[in-house]
Design a protein around this ligand. Structure first.
Ligand code: SAM
Length: 365
């Protein structure tokens, strides 16, 4: 599953290399038919030579992608007629922007900002510029600018920016988010905005990630009507025997997970959001997502893709990964207003009753 330990003396190199694992896992899930993603291969060097991943990895990749897609769909619904901004922190080779730009919510996407280490953004900038399909989604050629020695790519909607997320936000994030085109900031505090932390916070010191999230909360709290949501996907519960094995495996790759330590259970994952000023929060394991949030037709389809011998092993692994989400409603938001004002995943029973479930993107037909 993992690459051999690296001799690189840069202590962040192993963390940056986790992007490769995530991208290859996605490619594998796509090739096996779990997910539809025509963009990922263009972001992986020599994609045709990559070997498939075991079923367990493919299922995990499918579940987290599907759950986050559903949360995104619901964010667009919550925003109503307003346009939406998405900020993906530690975005790596993620392709969600291209799936959105070619999906049913494209017209409602005001801004999509991706941030990662400069080494990773420069590789992504190069791959995007080399690929006609990825570049075409960015809009007119005249609106695309590459800067910062090839580490930055800016367009009116999509922006790929280099930054070490651990640096104090006042010195790094604030100037980046305020520097837009003309008088308009890159990140408007008045538009409904969703933060995505997909498998990144676990690699960061918790004090640094809390400061990062707090900066966004304060930015949106400073204006009337600011609506902010956050989604976190990561490993947790690493204090049990399975968790300790996982940590040891990672150690052999010079990787540690300081950001997972304070989160021994689901309650602690939702509490992070509440402690940082979000109004409501929830957390579910990937195991629960498989059991309660994926409709039965879809589970049936997945079960036919590959043989899975060890359901117990699958459940053990899925039990150590969670998706948590929180929303900070502005003052006066109609929280008691019923279904329209809530945001989050909807459990299976309701999904199957709802004929309007949006199954348009992220999955094979
Ligand atoms: C496991 S990958 C996940 C990539 C992508 N979010 C996904 O789910 O496919 C973790 C990513 O977070 C980035 N990352 C981790 N710590 C970071 C930091 N301090 N600053 C910027 N990026 C960071 C890594 O470089 C890597 O691209």
């Amino acid at each position: 599953m993992f690459e051999p330990p690296t001799k690189n003396t840069d202590p962040d190199a192993p963390t940056r290399a986790t992007d490769n694992d995530a991208a290859i896992a996605r490619l594998s899930a796509v090739r096996k038919g779990y997910l539809a993603d025509p963009y990922i291969a263009a972001l992986i060097p020599r994609a045709h030579l990559q070997q498939p991943r075991p079923p367990l990895i493919n299922i995990g990749t499918y579940l987290r992608t599907r759950a986050i897609d559903l949360l995104l769909d619901d964010w667009f619904r919550l925003a109503g007629p307003r346009k939406v901004q998405i900020v993906s922190l530690g975005a790596g080779s993620d392709t969600r922007f291209w799936r959105l730009a070619n999906g049913p919510h494209a017209a409602k996407l005001q801004r999509y900002i991706e941030i990662d280490f400069a080494e990773n953004t420069s590789r992504k900038v190069m791959s995007i510029r080399k690929n006609r399909v990825l570049s075409a989604a960015l809009g007119a050629e005249g609106d695309i600018s590459v800067g910062g020695g090839g580490t930055t790519l800016r367009t009116p909607v999509y922006n790929l920016l280099p930054m070490d997320l651990r640096t104090p936000p006042a010195a790094s994030l604030a100037p980046l988010m305020r520097a837009g085109q003309g008088d308009e900031p890159m990140l408007s505090p008045t538009l409904p905005t969703l933060l995505l932390f997909e498998c990144v916070l676990a690699y960061m010191d918790p004090a640094a990630s809390n400061a990062l999230i707090q900066w966004f909360v304060d930015y949106f709290a400073a204006v009337p009507g600011g609506l902010l949501g956050g989604v976190v996907y990561e490993m947790f519960k690493l204090n049990d025997p399975f968790g300790r094995v996982m940590l040891n495996n990672l150690k052999s790759r010079s990787l540690s997970l300081p950001g997972a330590e304070p989160y021994p259970d689901l309650a602690s994952l939702s509490r992070r959001f509440l402690d940082l000023g979000f109004t409501t929060a929830q957390a579910v394991t990937l195991r629960e997502i498989r059991l309660r949030y994926i409709d039965s037709r879809e589970l049936q389809r997945l079960s036919q893709l590959e043989m899975l011998d060890e359901v117990e092993e699958l459940e053990l692994v899925l039990d150590h990964y969670a998706i948590s989400w929180g929303v900070r409603f502005p003052e006066g938001w109609a929280r008691e207003g019923g279904a329209g004002s809530a945001w989050g995943l909807v459990a299976k029973k309701q999904l199957e009753d709802d004929e309007d479930v949006d199954d348009d993107y992220g999955l094979q037909p």
